[in-house]
Design a protein around this ligand. Structure first.
Ligand code: ADP
Ligand code: MG
Length: 701
């Protein structure tokens, strides 16, 4: 192998620290390090998300909705106003006299006074077609001096993934400085270029330079679609790194044993016979897949995916019984206390009549009660335990834990899921069943959860009613309250969901409390309840119980009810500030209604004006209830830079690759992986480190 001498080793400049660059001091270096950018190589591989084309000026008349563009003109009008919130409106007329309206909602006075009628302005932004013609909200802009000859850019501007505390211009400058040290000497190739199935003619260095600094004659269309050979060269290497990382993870796992749960007892047959419903065909199928896994002496790693309300819990309960029948223990972990409590109720209802002991452990279980649960688990007296992430903590020991069930995986990081692997005790690594309602396209699941096999419940229990979804401006809040009154008069129950952008549970709780006060006035005579994350568990449980039993007619809640809560008689849901939530979250919330016999309605209240993206999200929800369609639209809409808190942290994060788009490459990547493992094993670790960096640590747990 002649290439050995030059491959398999990272280049020397590559490992130089970022603070060897001009203008990068300790503070800046620390911020970069927080984002995983420690060496020059890290910066070289911090790839543009997209490009902004400032190489042309676009006439206002030629602007396309949603297509970012650069426009130049003169200010013809400046208006400051308050319509609900402060707003600065600037009218800009181009050479042909066509007018573009610029809107700013956050601005400083100093900024506002610089816009004067008659001054020259060049702006870049995403146009939308408003009532008054084309508009841009918060474009970037530059004031031009009267006689200034401002040439347009001669190449595309790369837009980088944001780094907290480092402005985009500074980041671009630092990356530029790092690229200046990406000289011909830099030995970057870890794998010989001619091994690559596509774009073999591109050296890694040339590909990186092209992608960071597309030359004036670059194929812009191909770059925008990420189909340029330079990008493909990088995509293949990125996919290769992920593939290798998952292979390593699987290998290390398969070397460990797991308790084979082969014995069938009478318990699960008794539970099935006691259920008030028959399992759907899909539930049967996934259960068989799970039981086949459990019977093997190797750890099961299975993702159980099923839309909201598809009936994952009973499948989990039956899987748990298989472990109990084999004399083993089961842990069920949920991301929130409310959801965990709900599972506790379900499991106790199903399992305790069979003589199975079900315990409870959450963060708030302390003192003696906690000690008792921990002792019972360690002694093997509790067969099933339900709880929150408190179950993943160090002090928790099991006598013979054979099955971990984790609900709503996307709320947990991969490393948390891995933490449970160590709790199996002498019997080996516990089997793992991960449940999620997030629909993940199969190709995506194969790679994003490639250490997991996938089972899918693709059928809802019979008798589910579609939920009518309406989108209503918050100006019509009072009408919505009337609707609640009517619905409750007919015996229905309703959710009123308060949402805030702030992640702080305290702030959320306060908002929910003041909403409760407001609704109590408006809905005088109705029985209202409140539930939020800051309430003591006992109080929370009492309120949920009251709602479940019908004592509470209207439940005011924060998004803590997002997952898992099951009250079939609730047929009306109002979601406030729906425009602030992501599609997946709205879909989950809406899944709380439409579970009973009555026609259900979901009211999405929004605060105008709606951004085009938010409008599309709400439109999608009105049009469909199919979790897969929603997930696909979500992927399509959630462009880079989308900041709302709906990012599914369980999914692998790629820099350039896209598992959907690049699906055709996956097979070739697997073959390349084979070749690298066999012929160039020393390249595996540096490849993984280069592309996945910090995440590798979790894989090594
Ligand atoms: P999810 O998949 O969202 O976790 P759940 O497990 O909470 O769904 O199930 C939703 C509701 O459907 C529960 O009330 C559950 O008892 C009920 N259910 C589950 N399976 C069936 C079935 N085969 N037929 C009828 N109802 C079912
Ligand atoms: Mg559930």
């Amino acid at each position: 192998m002649t290439s050995r001498g030059t491959t398999g080793r990272p280049a020397r400049a590559a490992s130089a620290a970022v603070d060897t660059l001009p203008g990068v001091g300790a503070q800046l270096a620390a911020r970069l390090a927080d984002a995983g950018l420690c060496t020059l190589q890290d910066l070289w591989f911090h790839l543009p998300l997209r490009y902004e084309d400032r190489t042309r000026l676009v006439p206002v008349r030629a602007l396309c909705h949603g297509q970012p563009a650069q426009v130049e003109g003169r200010v013809t009008q400046v208006e400051q106003g308050f319509r609900g919130r402060p707003q600065l409106r600037v009218a800009l007329a181009d050479a042909e006299g066509d007018v573009l309206t610029l809107r700013f909602f956050h601005f400083r006075r100093a900024q506002a006074v610089r816009f004067r009628v008659g001054c020259r302005l060049r702006v870049f932004g995403e146009p939308r077609l408003g009532l008054l013609g084309p508009e841009m909200v918060h474009p970037s802009y530059r004031l031009l001096a009267e006689a200034e000859a401002a040439p347009v850019a001669d190449r595309l501007d790369p837009v980088y993934p944001a780094v907290a505390g480092v402005g985009p211009r500074v980041l671009a400058r630092i990356i530029g400085a790092a690229l200046d040290r990406l000289d011909a000497e830099a030995e970057l190739e870890l794998v010989p270029p001619d091994w690559f199935p596509v774009a073999a003619g591109w050296s890694l260095r040339a590909a990186l330079l092209h992608v960071h600094r597309p030359p004036p004659d670059a194929d812009l269309a191909a770059l925008a679609l990420r189909q340029h050979p330079a990008q493909l060269r990088l995509v293949v290497e990125e996919l290769l790194a992920h593939h290798l990382s998952l292979r390593c993870q699987r290998v290390s796992l398969q070397q460990q044993g797991a308790p084979a749960l082969a014995r069938r007892g009478a318990l699960s047959a008794r539970l099935r016979a006691a259920l008030p419903f028959a399992l759907t065909a899909a539930q049967h199928r996934v259960l068989e897949e799970i039981e086949a896994d459990l019977a093997r002496p190797r750890p099961m790693l299975r993702l159980l995916q099923g839309d909201v309300g598809s009936g994952k819990t009973i499948v989990a309960a039956l899987a748990a019984l298989r472990a109990v029948e084999n004399g083993q223990q089961v842990a069920l972990v949920a991301p929130t206390e409310i959801l965990a409590e709900q599972h506790l109720q379900s499991l106790r209802g199903w399992l305790e009549p069979l003589g199975v002991r079900v315990g409870w452990l959450a963060g708030k279980v302390t003192g003696k009660a906690r000690r008792a649960v921990l002792d019972a688990l360690a002694a093997g007296e509790l067969e099933v335990v339900v709880g929150t992430h408190a179950l993943m903590q160090e002090g928790v020991r099991f006598a013979r834990l054979a099955l971990c069930i984790v609900d709503e995986q996307h709320r947990f990081g991969v490393h948390q899921r891995l933490a449970l692997r160590d709790k199996g005790g002498a019997a080996g690594v516990p089997h793992q069943l991960v449940m999620t309602a997030t629909p993940i396209p199969r190709t995506l699941a194969m790679t994003a959860y490639a250490d997991l096999d996938v089972s899918r419940i693709d059928e809802l229990p019979p008798g589910r009613k579609p939920v009518r979804t309406v989108v209503v401006s918050s100006g019509r809040r009072l009408e919505v309250m009337d609707r609640i009154r009517e619905a409750c008069a007919r015996g229905a129950q309703a959710y009123w969901v308060c949402t805030l952008i702030e992640d702080s549970e305290d702030v959320q709780a306060q908002a929910a409390e003041s909403t409760l006060v407001e609704l109590q006035k408006a809905l005088h005579g109705l029985r209202l309840g409140l539930v939020h994350g800051r309430m003591p568990p006992a109080e929370k449980a009492a309120v949920m119980q009251g709602f479940k039993q019908g004592g509470i007619q209207v439940l005011v809640a924060t998004t803590v009810i997002e997952v898992g809560v099951d009250v079939p008689n609730a047929s009306l849901m109002v979601i406030e500030n729906a425009e602030r939530l992501g599609l997946a979250q709205l879909h989950q919330l809406r899944g709380r209604v439409g579970r009973g016999a009555a026609e259900s309605t979901c009211v999405l209240l929004y605060q105008p004006p709606l951004s085009p993206l938010a409008r599309q999200r709400l439109q999608t929800l009105r049009e469909t209830q199919d979790g897969f369609v929603i997930a696909e639209r979500d992927l399509a809409l959630r462009g880079p830079g989308e900041v709302l808190g709906t990012r599914q942290t369980g999914l692998a994060q790629f820099r350039l690759a896209d598992l959907e788009r690049d699906a055709a490459l996956l097979e070739q990547v697997a073959a390349l992986g084979e070749r690298v493992m066999a012929g160039l094993p020393q390249a595996v670790e540096p490849l993984i480190r280069r592309w996945i960096g910090q995440a590798v640590r979790y894989a090594e747990v």
